[in-house]
Design a protein around this ligand. Sequence first.
Ligand SMILES: *[C@@H]1O[C@H](CO)[C@@H](O)[C@H](O)[C@H]1NC(C)=O
Ligand SMILES: *[C@@H]1O[C@H](CO)[C@@H](O)[C@H](O)[C@H]1NC(C)=O
Ligand SMILES: *[C@@H]1O[C@H](CO)[C@@H](O)[C@H](O)[C@H]1NC(C)=O
Ligand SMILES: *[C@@H]1O[C@H](CO)[C@@H](O)[C@H](O)[C@H]1NC(C)=O
Length: 523
Amino acid sequence: MLTMTSFVIIIIVYSLLFHVYGLQQTSSHNIQEASSPFPSDFLFGTASSAYQYEGAFLTDGKSLNNWDVFTHEHSGEIHDGSNGDTSVDQYHRFMEDIQLMNFLGVNSYRFSISWSRVLPRGRFGGINYSGIKYYNILIDTLIRIKPFVTLNHVDYPQELEMRFQSWLSPEMQKEFTHLADICFKHFGDRVKYWTTINEPNQQLILSYLWGIFPPSRCSSPYGNCSQGNSESEPFIAAHNMILAHAKAVTIYGTKYQKEQNGSIGIVVQTSWFEPISDSFEDKEAAERAQSFYSNWILDPIIYGEYPKEMATILGPALPQFSSNEVKNLKNYRADFIGINHYTSYFIQDCLISTCTTGYGASKAEGFALKLDRKGNVSIGELTDVDWQHIDPKGFRKMLNYLKHRYPNIPMFITENGFGHLQKPETTVKELLHDTKRIQYMSGYLEALQAAMRDGANVKGYFAWSLLDNFEWLYGHKLRFGLFHVDYTTLKRTPKQSASWYKNFIEEQVNTRDLMDESYIFNL
Ligand SMILES: *[C@@H]1O[C@H](CO)[C@@H](O)[C@H](O)[C@H]1NC(C)=O
Ligand SMILES: *[C@@H]1O[C@H](CO)[C@@H](O)[C@H](O)[C@H]1NC(C)=O
Ligand SMILES: *[C@@H]1O[C@H](CO)[C@@H](O)[C@H](O)[C@H]1NC(C)=O
Ligand SMILES: *[C@@H]1O[C@H](CO)[C@@H](O)[C@H](O)[C@H]1NC(C)=O
């Protein structure tokens, strides 16, 4: 009996040991697999912009900006005829919105400065301290949520358009540098992340190539505008934006950075461009599409020169940097790049091959036709929004592409999100039950983690957007919020995605802690 008992005990102990050992094997394996690639200083945030959020368009001395004027004069061009006069009224409701961010558990908030609040007349008038005060209070109220501040997100005082045509004039470089200097001076003790200009590439195409954003300039056949030149003005305005960026970075680097200890970058819009075939021509076209889009801005900012495909195709329409400007661009390089990313396209060559006309096929866009289908195969999952295709694989490829083109430069994903197009029959219940957004975000966040494991140096992720807001030409009908906004009461209601994002962030923090413990244990 005794031997039998010992035998049984040995068996039990043995199997227990094996079980524990085996368990430890699998659990450490699971920890590796499940371990978050996000370091502890990674920023998880939500993004916004002044015109799309603040409202209060005539409050406390704010002047009219280009979008105030455009939405009032061209309300027919806004899907629902709406505007940013009130939008989600964050100017008056920021306390509540910060509570929503605390609910999410984010550690950063991306917002922009309304130029016409701080400098209503640019350099033609003084600082408006009511505007300074608003951002001071906003920044102070965020407390542990780090401000990530865009100096300019599409809006500028209309006076600068009237006086010298804004970005078409080098005067705008001086105006922007003035704005930047004032912001560094007043907010830089607390703001450690700055970006100069939001999405110059996308803004320039919409404003000066297609002419559908103010100042509504373009030429035929690109669009239907009363003035403009689609084959030269986008490049002139881009040149001024790039030099304005460089001057702001220089001011920051020489006057403030050492003392304030922050970093400064720029934000571009990116799309993944997949060659539609394996042909040399289509692969070159996909590369050219990148050059005429995000590389257009990033190459000069990082290397001091435009992509060579642009110089070849545009010839003298592409402005040149003087040798001093090149030196300055290289000496005062951005510390990081901000990446906005939403979608992918197939690209077909239109330079060498015959090709139908369409989005991207023109000279000013690099003769690279953007398509959402190859025969009956779509690029990712198509949505109700004609430009948004759900293709997380493309995001991973995009980040790897940027990693190779701009080695080692830190990246922040400054925008990524899903737009729900509200139709007449869409119910509030459907808007709140936003499983598509959750599917989109989980796919893109998984792709982000894969890219980081591939070696992409990504430091933060900002969901576009905290709230539904004024989505430019879509007005209030394209909803990107984690929180729903009722535009009659301005009441904010969490969508399912708000809880999803909260849990996602929590999980990253938890697996990181688990990882840290197992690391210590192994030591
Ligand atoms: C700033 O705004 C206030 C209203 O809050 C206005 O009285 C004042 O004239 C403005 N100052 C400037 C320089 O725009
Ligand atoms: C161009 O715009 C003008 C003025 O708004 C309008 O009358 C005309 O029909 C438009 N043409 C096209 C081709 O859209
Ligand atoms: C500046 O920031 C870096 C990293 O964020 C930190 O390690 C360093 O201690 C800071 N220096 C000062 C003077 O605050
Ligand atoms: C797509 O096209 C291919 C070849 O043209 C065909 O074999 C396939 O059945 C099509 N698939 C669908 C879903 O229509």
